[in-house]
Design a protein around this ligand. Structure first.
Ligand code: PLP
Length: 387
């Protein structure tokens, strides 16, 4: 019996403690956690620097209204603009709220309403971010939706050209679709995006809620796609598990977010800022980002040797955001990995999603590789012949 709305299909594990890449359940069983709270605990569970930063703030001041200047906000905003193409930051509490803020700012700053987003995208569950999400199953039963969204196939430049008009306020996109199956934007599509934004003067919003904060081996993933976004949205990895979201925007957008135009009671809360500052001081350093690139490269190359199995279609992704696209549904693979002590996620029905913490060790990556190889080889031997 549970007094909770059954919005989540729960797994049969009760996590109790976590340390680094390891999650320990109530029975004492240890798991190698390659879910990381869905790209949230990028520095692993219970990172000492994040704990100590939050603890310090906990004893000083938990909350004040945004009527007051909050020092932590100034520091975290400065770190975010120093490491991105943006100039100003708005803080909120989640990815959906960051996207909501981006949609509002796009409308207000351009005076237009039309937004183009991608099929298979995921931008959140609020009415605005849900409307931006190009998946029927997310919309079902919640209509009528916020209007003036057009969904196009990612990497289809001709659909993009057809969809964008003089009335388009913004294009909203993930450079690597997370929930949508670790699908990468092509170079051609990235160039088409740039060209069309220039031609029509529409804004480019990049949703980095999952790809941001070092996950792909650079501070933000858009850097690797040659893009120059007007807005960047963040959440997941920003607080390493402390709820916090952010919208980064360019100079020209400042005039549209005047006092009273947008806000959030908890947005930029001192505790959230303490967590985020500690996270960014760790993640936005060359040694950490270079180690993510190196570890990601090694892991991807190891996984690519599984390409010889008939059930493996493709290994894709960047840094430590990797997917194994399979010919079969991945639920039994995830279950078998779990039994062997490795937690991995799906990204759609046929893609395994691997999101180890950025601090994962070589030894842990090797262990995960061995488990995945074992599980996939066994299932392939049983089912692969029929594919
Ligand atoms: C998780 C996610 C969101 C939504 O974030 P919430 O914090 O759950 O609201 C938005 N966009 C992307 C790309 C995500 O992965």
């Amino acid at each position: 019996m549970s007094a909770l709305f059954p919005t989540y299909a729960r797994w049969n594990i009760k996590p109790e403690t976590g340390i680094g890449s390891t999650l320990i359940d109530a029975s004492g069983k240890e798991y190698l956690d390659f879910i990381s709270g869905i790209a949230v605990c990028n520095l692993g569970h219970c990172h000492p620097k994040v704990i100590s930063a939050v603890q310090k703030q906990l004893e000083k001041l938990w909350h004040v209204s945004n009527l007051f200047e909050i020092e932590g906000q100034e520091k975290v905003a400065q770190l975010l603009v120093d490491h991105s193409v943006g100039d100003y930051v708005f803080f909120c509490n989640s990815g959906a709220e960051a996207n909501e803020a981006a949609i509002k700012l796009a409308r207000k700053s351009t005076g237009k309403h039309h937004i183009v987003s991608m099929k298979n995208s995921f931008h959140g569950r609020t009415l605005g971010s849900m409307a931006a999400t190009g998946q029927d199953k997310i919309h079902q039963g919640f209509g009528p939706l916020l209007t003036e969204f057009t969904y196009i196939e990612m990497n289809n430049a001709s659909s993009l050209k057809e969809a964008v008009t003089e009335d388009t306020a913004a294009i909203m996109v993930e450079v690597i679709q997370g929930e949508g199956g670790i699908r990468l934007m092509t170079e051609e599509f990235a160039s088409a995006l740039k060209a069309i934004c220039e031609q029509y003067g529409c804004l480019l919003i990049i949703d980095e809620v999952q790809t941001g904060i070092g996950r792909t081996g650079t501070a933000f993933a858009y850097e690797q796609f040659g893009l120059d976004p007007d807005m960047i949205t963040l959440a997941k990895g920003l607080g390493n598990g402390f709820p916090v979201g952010a919208l980064i925007g360019k100079e020209g957008l400042k005039e549209a977010f005047t006092p009273g135009s947008h806000g959030s009671t908890f947005g930029g809360n001192p505790l959230a800022m303490a967590a985020a500052e500690a996270v960014l001081n760790e993640v936005f350093t060359l040694p950490l980002l270079e180690s993510v690139q190196a570890k990601g490269k090694w892991f991807k190359a190891e996984l690519e040797s599984l390409n010889s199995l008939s059930l493996v279609e493709e290994v894709r992704g960047k840094g430590l955001m990797l997917g194994i696209a399979c010919e079969i549904e991945v639920a039994p693979i995830i279950e078998a990995c779990r039994e062997k002590g490795l937690l991995v996620l799906p990204a759609g029905p046929k893609v395994l999603r691997l999101l180890p913490p950025l601090i994962v060790t070589d030894k842990e990556l090797k262990k995960a590789t061995d488990i995945l190889t074992d599980v996939l080889t066994t299932i392939d031997a049983k089912q692969g012949v029929n594919l």
